[in-house]
Design a protein around this ligand. Structure first.
Ligand SMILES: Cc1cc2nc3c(=O)[nH]c(=O)nc-3n(C[C@H](O)[C@H](O)[C@H](O)COP(=O)(O)OP(=O)(O)OC[C@H]3O[C@@H](n4cnc5c(N)ncnc54)[C@H](O)[C@@H]3O)c2cc1C
Length: 503
């Protein structure tokens, strides 16, 4: 008889594990507390507009890469058009200067030289790193836990970028930007990511992938992307039980044997995989029984991404001629959403006509915020609603400065707070991408198992510092490879027949 797997969470990690499990003959049930798939990879409709809540760029969008194959195998990319932007972001300084980070690295280099010819040296260093990092690909073939000597040999080409890791591994983006003598470039490059400790090399990799058209945007957006993976899982014969919160992982003799749902129902399986929030898994579902000093020390070194306030407005105006992603540096820092804000990112989605009615646009802004600030206000209280309105008004004022008169075209508004993220996805302190990527966490490898607990694995953004969709999807593949090895089966993967015909 087929062995069975219980999966907690139908985010991209859980769905991916479900797909690969079905490809390998396991019977599977995914329990998802929400009533739709996707977790953080989501979107929501308001008054005819679709607010996209996730994919800005998808690494692995380029055909022929290992990651692209994973996206195809789990049905996420199935031939829908991919948009590769000409600009990654446009940073507008308070004094009228603008830095455009073009995705074409030659054009970006030229632009930087025009802005500051005297910074020839750091410009050359930056663009060299970008060109080299384009060749860096996250491993997708085989779980590192199963690596043989042959696998390690096959991974040797990745050593091409090793000197870059040695040279810049401990350099933050801010530190690298200090090499520029032009004050605007120094400030613009150093702070547009707005993340403490963000590694320079991570920016170089992102730009490298964009330069090689390997980090595009799939038309249809995040919810369609997630639904498409859920369809693939269903086509493979998998079951998702929506609206079912897992309250507890049942353990017998130090082996996970099933789950207890919020309703009290018990479901049993041969293996249990949690693709849900890490803290909830360890502290609540497992009652804090399977954590040791080593894991506590790992968690103490890591910091979750600050949660976001996500603001969206729908406007009866076509913004397609405007840059799609602008970071506006503010003249003076201002307290908004419980934090001092020095810049505001404004993004429109006109490159995806499926998200707004003809001639109209969705605009979003994301502000770093503070979980405790919102917790103290209390979800749904008068103060909480007032604070949302204050932030919205501030955002609309800033929008109106950038797009004169736009406030009169607004037809839809929406504000999601850290408590919204927590309520819909269960993520700890409303974090939007798990553990923050820093020069310290970037190379950390976290285990998918917990000390002393058999029959159990954890996957997704809480065991992959930096988070993101690619590690979530690849984790789903790797964990099933590990289970196949444990069960003495050869691992198999397949592409949906419609993809096979198309390629
Ligand atoms: C605004 C924003 C922009 C982003 N942009 C990008 C981007 O451009 N590119 C990129 O690669 N990544 C991006 N990300 C990050 C990416 O969305 C996440 O890292 C990724 O989706 C995490 O997937 P996951 O499956 O690990 O976790 P999650 O998506 O958190 O999935 C966990 C699932 O488990 C469910 N769950 C939790 N607890 C329980 C329980 N007790 N019982 C049952 N179900 C439970 C949740 O409801 C959820 O569906 C972005 C995220 C946000 C919010």
């Amino acid at each position: 008889m087929d062995k069975s797997i219980i999966i907690v969470g139908a985010g991209i990690a859980g769905l991916s594990a479900g797909c690969y499990a079905r490809m390998n003959g396991y019977s599977t049930t995914i329990f998802e507390m929400h009533d739709i798939p996707g977790g953080l990879c989501t979107g929501w409709k308001r008054h005819g507009y679709t607010i996209d809540g996730c994919i800005h760029w998808l690494v692995g969008s380029r055909p022929g890469t290992g990651l692209r194959q994973v996206w195809e195998e789990i049905g996420a990319l199935h031939g829908q058009p991919i948009v590769d932007h000409e600009e990654f972001v446009r940073i507008e300084g308070p004094d009228g200067r603008t830095l455009v980070i073009y995705t074409d690295i030659d054009r970006f280099e030229q632009h930087l030289l025009e802005l500051s010819p005297r910074d020839r040296k750091p410009i050359a260093e930056l663009t060299r790193a970008v060109r080299k990092m384009a060749h860096f690909h996250m491993p997708t073939e085989r779980a590192p836990e199963l690596h043989s000597f042959g696998d390690r040999m096959r991974a040797l080409p990745a050593l091409r970028v090793l000197p870059l890791f040695v040279k810049y591994g401990k350099t933050t983006l801010k530190q690298f930007a200090e090499r520029f003598s032009d004050p605007f470039l120094r400030e613009a490059l150093g702070s547009f990511y707005n993340l403490d400790g963000f590694p320079f090399i991570a920016l170089a990799a992102t730009l490298g992938w964009m330069n090689t058209r390997n980090a595009g945007y799939p038309i249809g957006g995040s919810l369609e992307f997630a639904k498409s993976v859920a369809r693939r899982y269903a086509d493979l014969g998998g079951e998702v039980r929506y609206g079912e919160r897992v309250a507890q992982i049942i353990v017998e003799r130090d082996r996970a044997v099933g789950v207890r749902l919020g309703s009290g129902e018990e479901c049993r399986g041969d293996w249990v995989i949690s693709a849900a929030d890490g803290h909830a898994t360890i502290d609540q579902m497992l009652g804090g029984q399977y954590i040791d000093d080593e894991l506590r020390a790992v968690h103490a070194r890591l910091k979750p991404f600050d949660p976001l306030v996500h603001i969206a407005v729908g406007v009866a105006r076509d913004l397609s001629a405007e840059p799609h992603n602008v970071v506006r540096q503010l003249k003076d820092p201002v307290m908004v959403a419980g934090r001092s804000q020095q810049q505001l990112g404004i993004r429109h989605f006109c490159y995806d006509r499926t998200l707004a009615p003809e001639g109209k646009s969705v605009i979003t802004g994301m502000l770093r915020s503070d979980y405790d600030y919102w917790k103290a206000l209390g979800a749904g209280t008068e103060q909480y609603l007032e604070e949302k309105q204050t932030i919205l008004n501030w955002f609309i004022d800033r929008l109106d400065e950038r797009f004169s008169g736009i406030r009169d075209s607004i037809e839809m508004t929406d504000v999601a707070t850290p408590l919204t993220f927590e309520r819909y996805t269960g993520n700890w302190r409303g974090s939007f991408e798990g553990w923050q990527i820093t020069t310290d966490s970037m190379t950390m490898r976290m285990k998918k198992t917990l000390p002393g607990l058999g029959g159990f694995f954890m996957i997704g953004q809480w065991v992959n510092p930096g988070g993101g969709l690619p590690p979530a999807a690849v984790d789903g593949k790797f964990v099933i490879q590990i289970l196949c090895a444990a069960d003495g089966k050869a691992f198999r993967a397949s592409t949906p027949s419609i993809m096979t015909q198309a390629t």
